[in-house]
Design a binder for this molecule. Structure first.
Ligand SMILES: [Cu+2]
Length: 139
């Protein structure tokens, strides 16, 4: 019973957050050891997104969306395209890495509405909870 009430409250709290979230085209995401803030990012399909990705942690992190329909992708910043820590170099649709204390910029136009998982591809970070979601809404 108690658990049911807790679950209901949690759902209410989550839906309240979602309804207040509006698409942003110019935003900042902070990466820490091991999280993204905000962990849920809402953008509009067809609009250019400019995301500053700031690493306030002590170690390198990256920002990956494995599969997403995007165009006009460009990146600027510290660890663009290259990992300093090795690992596998899979082809991700969105990928920018940022060393500790630096900020990278990721620009793209999302083409298709949907909810896409964001994660850090550095070994063990996703497992440590470094995930988020990118929500693309239609205009
Ligand atoms: Cu990480």
């Amino acid at each position: 019973m108690y658990k049911t009430i807790l679950a209901a409250l949690l759902i209410l709290a989550l839906s309240a957050c979602v309804s207040e979230t509006r698409p942003a085209s110019d935003l900042t995401v902070e990466m820490n050891d091991f999280s993204y803030t905000p962990s849920s990012i809402t953008v509009a399909a067809g609009e250019l997104v400019e995301m500053k990705i700031k690493n306030i942690g002590q170690i390198e992190h990256d920002f990956v969306v494995e599969r997403i329909d995007v165009s006009s992708v460009s990146t600027e910043g510290s660890g663009v395209g290259e990992h300093h820590m090795g690992g596998n170099h899979e082809e991700y649709d969105l990928h920018v890495s940022t060393i500790a204390g630096e900020t990278s910029v990721l620009k793209f136009i999302p083409n298709a509405p949907g909810i896409y998982k964001i994660f850090c591809s550095v070994d063990g970070h996703e497992a440590a909870g470094m995930i988020g979601e990118l929500i693309v809404v239609s205009k």
